[in-house]
Design a protein around this ligand. Structure first.
Ligand code: T1G
Ligand code: NAD
Length: 688
């Protein structure tokens, strides 16, 4: 008894042996843990005095899965499959004691145990699909045997965990332990031994393996997962659980897993997993910098963004005050928030009580001074510099001394806004994406004077409201919108040279984006950009002509596409084709047929080029930050890893050469490869 190795401890409590694993931060099932578990099981199996075994973890969670950092490296025995086989070979009851997030291989290990107990706050799940994988240690064969194929498939294809109470109701866990988990698990094991309960393995259960409803569930669950390999593999594996003997199904699961883990999609998704966590590490914030406490928030402006931002606070349990200029506008904003919540409740995504609880955290006012008690204020008024500077001057007057003052501007100079106050060290950008209560990305814009603890506060709050915070520097459009602007220029050029909106959008959605640039423009409204261009004396030959013809997008039922009433499905419009051809003629641009491959290159490569300039200027810290911004804010397909990762897969020499070609043929110098691309291509290396 005692320490088996640095991660695994074995002790006894009477006739019950307790195996405790401690591998911070999330008890990933790395090699040392697996070896220690195997040895502990061998010792307890051989020790006649041991009548039952409890497997538990120290720290914040039960095993959160296999160690993702080991993927792609030579496998080390024992594998997780061997640990699981050792558990199933035990002739003494083995009880898994769950807390935190028992995920992936951790949950699969628990499914191999004879019994599972958990604290009420525990969650269990199989999120492998989010890494471009499928459960590879028997989860696709054991979970369907416990809860039926249909429910198992939902958990495996969505990758979303379930709470302990639901797991108890489904028979996944045998008991909820209130209070001390280890004591509760030992007591449970002792009862099993005392009552001589039969040791039934999940693998031997067949009663729940019914095919009914499986095919429909599979179709529904995978409908929106076009282009991804993992969901289809999940369906095949769970179907095997219904149709094949356990061992055969397990073997097939292993084959599917090995194919996916060595595949490009999973490598790309694993890149995003780690890049997302790396993005939270912001250079220039000294180790140990404490975020300021946030117990209340305020939002200025209850428009499209303000309402959604307020919901983020309420969803995280933080009271928030929304300020508007008048009662009607305030009521309109609050009504929109209520409608949003009701829609979620009607879809079953939220309980009515929980909706009431969240709505009660949101209060609306028209008196600006009401923000005086907020720990953090986010301004979301019209995108006009003078107005924003007036709002920040007012904030400087009424906000409490150590409040963090944030602007949700999409493009404007955060430093200039900060200079409108006497406390620029407390000012930064918190750029949400529409709809703010849904989109996970949060671009945090560090101003020249922003204090490290103000920055740390915004990053910590970003994670607390379930956003993916990425810190960027000040420039026009920050990272995402600045790169997107390059795509928009090229998109218009493609239309003038011969492509049609439906062809460009088909190429971009074919690449994996949920929506093409022109359907996206129609959703945002073409008139917004038109007014901005007119204000700046700029032109967009085609979009201006469309707006002059009343094509504002979905809001007028016609934009680049036509929309039947009540429908959001873009339909090609001959009127638009005529307007585009007229513009080509007017600008003397010969039209030609443009291949999909060229369209994809011209939609993606200029953005990569701008990404390189953004890295050169230090506006983004790492290429991975840019990838996370595009995956969580702009619908870049996660299984392609983000624009900078994608560029590295294609090779920067190829990107350089194609950009040079497009710069030559268009005469547009902004398409000339960035210095960073030229240098890295010459060195034969990549961004990462
Ligand atoms: N392997 C290696 N490192 C991991 C890890 C893992 N499974 N999970 C987390 N980390 C690191 C992470 O990179 C970070 O490191 C630190 O732990 C804290 O994580 C056979 C094949 C558990 C919900 O997909 O979802 O099992 O940045 O910041 O917000 O079928 O981590 O500090 O250096 O995210 O509290 C399946 C992945 C694996 C779960 C905690 N498991 N992890 O969230 O902390 S595949 C997963 C998470 C598998 C089997 C298959 C979350 C979390 P660093 P964090 P958090
Ligand atoms: P919006 O027009 O929908 O809402 C702005 C609201 O601010 C209006 O309700 C207006 O009455 C209110 N307002 C104006 N002056 C005010 C004042 N002095 N005090 C209180 N309220 C005031 O605009 P929006 O789309 O929500 O954009 C708001 C900000 O967010 C802009 O800076 C915009 O660039 C940025 N943004 C917008 C989006 C988007 O997709 N809409 C995305 C990210 C960022």
């Amino acid at each position: 008894m005692g320490n088996i190795n640095a991660s695994v401890d074995l002790r006894r409590d009477g006739e019950i042996a307790i195996v405790t694993v401690d591998n911070p931060p999330v008890n990933a099932l790395k090699h040392e843990v697996r070896a220690g578990l195997t040895e502990a099981l061998r010792q307890t199996a051989e020790d006649a005095a041991v009548k039952g075994v409890v497997i538990a973890c120290a720290g914040r969670t039960f095993f959160a899965g296999a160690d993702i950092t080991e993927f792609g490296k030579p496998p080390q025995a024992p594998g997780l499959g061997e640990v699981i086989a050792a558990i199933e070979a035990m002739s003494k009851p083995v009880v898994a004691a769950l807390h935190g997030t028992a995920l992936g291989g951790g949950f699969e290990l628990a499914l191999a145990c004879h019994f599972r107990v958990a604290v009420p706050s525990a969650r269990v799940g199989l999120p492998e699909v989010k890494l471009g994988l499928l459960p590879g240690a028997g989860g696709t064969q054991r979970l369907p045997r416990l809860i039926g194929p249909e429910k198992a498939l939902k958990m495996i294809v969505t990758g979303d965990p379930i709470e302990a109470r639901e797991a108890l109701a489904d028979g996944v866990i045998d008991e909820i332990v209130e209070g001390d988990l280890a004591a509760g698990a030992i007591a449970f094991a002792r009862r099993v031994v005392a009552e001589g309960r039969p040791l039934r393995l999940v693998r031997d259960r067949e009663d729940k393996l019914v095919a009914e409803g499986f095919a429909d569930a599979a179709e529904t669950l995978t409908r929106r997962l076009r282009g991804r390999d993992a969901p289809a593999a999940c369906v095949e594996a769970v179907r095997n659980a219904i149709t094949l003997p356990f061992e055969e199904g397990l073997k097939r699961e292993g084959e599917l897993f090995r194919k996916l883990v060595t595949g490009d999609q999973s490598k790309a998704q694993r890149h995003i997993f780690f890049a997302e966590r790396e993005a939270a590490r912001v250079p220039g914030i000294p180790e140990g910098t404490k975020p300021r406490p946030i117990t209340s928030g305020a939002v200025i402006g209850a428009g499209t963004m303000g309402g959604g931002i307020a919901m983020c606070f309420a969803n995280a349990g933080i009271p928030v005050t929304i300020v508007e200029t008048g009662r009607d506008l305030l009521q309109r904003g609050l009504d929109r928030v209520a409608a949003n919540y009701r829609a979620t409740v009607s879809r079953g995504g939220l309980g009515a009580d929980e909706m009431e609880r969240r709505m009660a955290l949101i209060s609306g006012v028209t008196e600006f001074d009401a923000v005086g008690s907020a720990d953090l204020v986010i301004e979301a008024v019209f995108e006009e510099m003078d107005l924003k500077k007036r709002v920040f001057a007012d904030l400087d007057r009424v906000a409490k001394a150590d409040a963090v003052l944030a602007t949700n501007t999409s493009t404007l100079d955060v430093n200039e806004i900060a200079r409108a106050t006497s406390r620029p060290q407390d000012v930064l950008g918190m750029h949400f994406f529409s709809p703010a209560n849904v989109m996970r990305l949060l671009e945090i814009v560090r101003g020249a004077a922003t204090a490290p603890d103000a920055l740390a506060t915004a990053v910590a709050l970003g994670r607390r409201i379930s956003k993916v915070p990425v810190t960027v520097g000040v420039c026009y459009g920050f990272v995402g919108n600045r790169m997107l602007a390059r795509r928009s220029v090229e998109a218009e050029r493609l239309l003038l040279e011969g492509a049609l909106p439906q062809e460009v959008d088909a190429a971009v959605t074919g690449f994996g984006f949920p929506m093409g640039p022109f359907a996206m423009a129609d959703m945002a409204g073409l008139d917004v950009g038109w007014r901005i261009r007119k204000g700046r004396g700029e032109r967009n030959a085609i979009e201006d002509a469309l707006c002059e013809a009343g094509h504002f997008g979905q809001k007028t039922g016609k934009g680049y596409f036509r929309y039947d009433s009540g429908s959001r499905t873009p339909v090609p419009d001959p009127e638009v084709e005529r307007i585009i051809i007229d513009a080509s003629t007017r600008l003397n641009r010969p039209r030609r047929s443009i291949a999909q491959e060229e369209i994809v290159e011209r939609m993606i490569f200029p953005m990569i080029n701008e990404g390189a300039r953004i890295l050169e200027e230090g506006i983004a810290t790492r290429p991975g930050d840019i990838d996370v911004i595009w995956v969580y804010g702009y619908g870049w397909p996660v299984w392609r890893g983000g624009p900078m990762y994608y560029a590295d897969q294609l090779g920067l020499a190829h990107i350089r050469d194609r950009l040079s070609f497009y710069a030559e043929s268009s005469g547009d110098d902004t398409l000339r490869p960035a210095a960073l691309i030229r240098r890295l291509a010459a060195e034969g290396s990549g961004f990462a």
